[in-house]
Design a protein around this ligand. Structure first.
Ligand SMILES: [Zn+2]
Length: 64
């Protein structure tokens, strides 16, 4: 179980309860509905840039 946030509508939900999921730039995103997922897929950059303000270009993927 993990708490996630629907980047489209802002709803907080559990990843196991998400109705839809997509992967963008190696990260998984969860949505309350297929409609929100479609909205995200139309313009993923718009939603991702809003979510991570301090993480513009560098990727934190390289952990020891
Ligand atoms: Zn939603």
């Amino acid at each position: 179980m993990a708490e996630v946030k629907d980047p489209v509508c802002g709803m907080e939900l559990d990843s196991s309860q998400a109705e839809a999921q997509t992967t963008y730039q190696g990260r998984a995103y969860y949505f309350c509905s297929e409609e929100c997922r479609r909205t995200f897929d139309e313009n993923p950059e718009g939603f991702v840039s809003q979510a991570g303000t301090h993480n513009s270009e560098t990727s934190p993927s390289e952990l020891p």
